[in-house]
Design a binder for this molecule. Structure first.
Ligand code: SF4
Ligand code: SF4
Length: 337
């Protein structure tokens, strides 16, 4: 691992050099920050809280063509995935989320689409200096400067960014822009420790998850599920915008004889998600769907992959239109154990 300094005056040169690849960074689209391609000459600004839409689409697009075919023909064409992408400004919680999602895409059979993208994508993180009001990463295994899942981490030190390489891909990226960097002295590394500790101290929310994964099965019929889901609208925002949610649907689309099979994000909070063709639905109400959402993140995933499938980004709390709060649900779960 190496540590280098990028003076902010060199930021336009740094970005300009990287636009020889496809570059994604947070951009304001409508009233929402989301990761999107940066056009040549555009200058991404990193002074923002976290994006509303997480960067999971860089590896797992919202809609993805799996293959194309012609009706009446048995031949299929799989789109070639070759384009290298650098994603700039990924928050540590969202990068950790990608490592959690990857466990699913490596389980059972390797998912060629996700894993190929993981090879092609370089994730450049940005440590959080001002965590959001509903962030709770530190209580679920993360921290505002975690490098898990990242290739390179940037830490804002005022006039400079400190760049810490994490993987060989990160090293390769740094060597491409070496002309704009200087060696980080011990002083910069000390300043980083201070900045990171101050950021962690600003996190006010937390989840005490001890005993929750083992205890959730015993609460299957507990009345709490009815009360915590009573106001849920079933809109799916909490799952669509969650960086660890990874459910998808597969559909065929046709135009004349041209057809494509695609997969797209889905949500277990939708009624149709578990609706059988027979009309039976094993999760018929929001009570069962909310119970599943919490169990999936804090029980099933822990059981299968030994990690909580929630990184404490706070999006589901910030964006739920009826203020359903996962931290509060988990507090009630803990109380009911
Ligand atoms: S965002 Fe809120 S209202 Fe919408 S499905 Fe999730 S919990 Fe229900
Ligand atoms: S469950 Fe909520 S807080 Fe946890 S990772 Fe998903 S959106 Fe973030």
């Amino acid at each position: 691992m190496s540590a280098m300094l990028l003076n902010k005056e060199k930021w336009p040169d740094f970005v300009g050099k990287l636009t020889n690849k496809k570059l994604w960074a947070p951009k304001l689209e409508g009233d929402a920050m989301r990761f999107a391609p940066v056009a040549e000459g555009e200058m991404p600004k990193l002074e923002y809280g976290n994006t509303r839409v997480p960067p999971k689409g860089a590896l797992f697009p919202q809609t993805e063509t799996m293959y194309r075919f012609q009706l009446g023909s048995s031949e299929m064409e799989t789109p070639a995935l070759e384009e290298e992408i650098v994603v700039l400004g990924v928050r540590p919680c969202d990068a950790r989320a990608m490592t959690i999602v990857e466990k699913l895409f490596r389980w059972d059979i390797d998912d060629p689409y996700y894993l190929k993208r993981r090879e092609l994508v370089t994730l450049v993180g940005l440590a959080c200096g001002e965590p959001g009001l509903n962030c709770f990463c530190t209580s679920v295994g993360g921290d505002p400067a975690s490098t898990e899942g990242l290739d390179l981490l940037m830490i804002d030190l005022g006039d400079n960014y400190l760049l810490e390489t994490v993987t060989p891909k990160g090293e390769a990226l740094v060597s491409e822009v070496a002309e704009f960097l200087t060696e980080a002295e011990a002083e910069a590394v000390q300043l980083k420790e201070k900045v990171v500790a101050e950021a962690a101290a600003k996190i006010k929310r937390s989840v005490d998850h001890e005993g929750i994964p083992e205890g959730l099965p015993g609460l299957w019929d507990d009345p709490l599920w009815k009360s915590v889901s009573a106001s849920c609208l079933g809109c799916g925002t909490c799952t669509y915008l969650c960086p660890t949610c990874h459910c998808f649907d597969i559909q065929d689309e046709t135009e004349g004889f041209e057809a494509r099979r695609c997969r797209m994000w889905d949500s277990c909070m939708f009624e149709e998600y578990t609706l059988h063709t027979s009309g039976h639905n094993p999760r018929p109400t929001r009570r069962e769907r909310t119970r599943n959402r919490i169990n999936h993140k804090y029980n099933y995933y822990v059981d299968k992959f030994d990690v909580i499938a929630c990184v404490g980004c706070g999006r589901c709390i910030n964006l739920c239109p009826v203020n359903i709060d996962i931290v509060e649900i988990l507090r009630q779960v803990k109380e009911a154990l």
